[in-house]
Ligand binder design. Structure first.
Ligand SMILES: [Ca+2]
Length: 155
């Protein structure tokens, strides 16, 4: 079993000099709690949410110990929509061995809309405002080769 530990926060950031940018900033870390090494290249994370509109969305990686160039992300529409989710953000990794007990390290990223309009996070399945440090999140799902290995998808 693998644990996705997430801390989701809502904050305003100005990475490219914008005065204010409404952005969703889920922070994620995946821990290999199993007994076998895995290839991170086969692992994907889904963060489930409602997009609150149809504007084009973008993803940006601010920092991760493996290097942002070793991450990829895409937005996938969920149709029909599920409770708290009409979209998920899927994050994947470059191939690397993740040994038992190993973690991906702090993944700091942002999601934002083309018109900088705000998201509402309170209606998002994967959002959890409570933790101030990393905590296990069963609502952020993890897959190996597309097979669910952690968490519960929305229904
Ligand atoms: Ca939402």
């Amino acid at each position: 079993m693998r644990a996705a530990r997430s801390r989701s926060s809502s904050r305003f950031s100005s990475p490219w000099g914008w005065a204010r940018r409404p952005a969703r900033c889920p922070r994620l870390r995946v821990v290999n709690t199993g007994t076998a090494a895995i290839d991170l290249g086969t692992l994907t994370i889904r963060y489930w949410y409602t997009a609150d509109g149809t504007q084009q969305q973008s993803w940006a990686c601010d920092y991760t110990p493996d290097g942002c160039a070793n991450l990829r992300a895409r937005f996938v529409a969920v149709s029909p929509a599920r409770t708290g989710a009409d979209t998920y953000l899927e994050i994947g990794f470059a191939p690397r061995t993740l040994n038992p007990g190993g973690a991906t390290g702090d993944l700091q990223d942002r999601v934002f809309k083309s018109d900088w309009s705000s998201y509402s996070q309170t209606n998002d399945y994967s959002f959890n405002a409570a933790p101030t440090t990393y905590a296990d999140s069963a609502r952020v799902t993890v897959y190996l080769n597309g097979t669910l290995v952690w968490g519960t998808e929305p229904t």
